[in-house]
Design a protein around this ligand. Sequence first.
Ligand SMILES: NC(=O)c1ccc[n+]([C@@H]2O[C@H](COP(=O)([O-])OP(=O)(O)OC[C@H]3O[C@@H](n4cnc5c(N)ncnc54)[C@H](OP(=O)(O)O)[C@@H]3O)[C@@H](O)[C@H]2O)c1
Length: 265
Amino acid sequence: MNINNKTIWITGASSGIGEGLANALAAKGAKLILSARNQEKLSVLKQQLANSEHHKIVPLDLAEPEKLLEDLPKIIEEIGPIDILINNAGLSQRSIARETLLDVYRRVMEVNYFGTIAMTQAILPSMIAAKQGMIVTIASVAGKVGGKGMSGYSASKHAIIGYMDSLRAEEAENGLQVLTICPGFVQTNISVNSITADGSTLGTMSKAIRTGIPVAECANKIIQAIEQDKEEVIIGKGISYWAPTIKRFFPGLLRKLTAKNNYRD
Ligand SMILES: NC(=O)c1ccc[n+]([C@@H]2O[C@H](COP(=O)([O-])OP(=O)(O)OC[C@H]3O[C@@H](n4cnc5c(N)ncnc54)[C@H](OP(=O)(O)O)[C@@H]3O)[C@@H](O)[C@H]2O)c1
C-alpha cells in the first residue's frame, strides 16, 4: 500500500519502534493518529513531525481493552476513514517461568493480546465498509521461537500471530490486508520497561537489545513491507533473524542455542 496521504493509526508511538515509525511515515506524507499512555511524550513527538498540523493524538491504555471497545467507535467516527492500523504498543517480561506470578502473565497478555485485539476489532467495521485497509501488528521473533526468561512475552506474541493468521484468512474476502511483523532485537527501551517475576519494572537494557538493529532500520523495513503488500516479515540480524528458520530445519540445534542463551541480562 502506498503511504502518501494515508491515515495511519500507530499505537505505542511515544517510544522506540512506534516513534521511529511516526517519524518515517510523517516524512512520507502520511496523516498520523498517535496513541500511547504518555500524552506529554506524544505532544512533543507531534510537534517534531513533518506536517505537524496533520497529525492527531489519541491517548489510550491497551491494558483496558473493554474500555477501548466502548470508547473507540465514537473516536473513529470523528477521525473518519483509517487506511492502516499499526498495532505496535507492547509490554515485555523478563523472568524465569517457575518464579513468575500469574498476574504478570495476565498483564502482558492484556496489552499484547487483548488490547491489540480490541484496537483491531474497533477499527475493522470502518475498513470493511470502505472495502480496503491494512491491519499491521508488530509481533516478534519471540512469537515464533520461545527463549529463556520471556515465557509470558513469547506466549503473548505466539497468540497474536495466530490471531493475525486467522484474521488474514477471514478478511481477504473484504479486501483487507493483514501484515505481521516479527522483529528480532531492536535498540529500544523494551527491556528497560519490561516487567519481572513480581511485576516490578526491570529498569535495565539487556545486552541483546543494546546490540540489536537501530530503530530507524527497523521502521524502514516495516514501511517497506507495507508498501510491498507483504503478509509476514522477519526483521533483524544474527540469531534473532535466523531463529525461526533454524527452528524449522534444525530444531535440535535451536533447542541447544535457546537453552544456552539468556536474553534477560
Ligand atoms: N525492541 C525489540 O527488540 C522488539 C523486538 C520484537 C518486537 N518488539 C515489539 O515492538 C513493539 C514496540 O516496542 P519497542 O521495542 O518500541 O518498546 P518501547 O520503547 O518500550 O515502546 C513500547 C510502546 O508501547 C506503549 N505501551 C506500553 N504499554 C502500553 C499500554 N498499556 N497502553 C498503551 N500503550 C502502551 C508505550 O507507550 P506508553 O508507555 O506511553 O504507554 C511505548 O510507546 C512492541 O510490541 C514490542 O513487543 C520489540
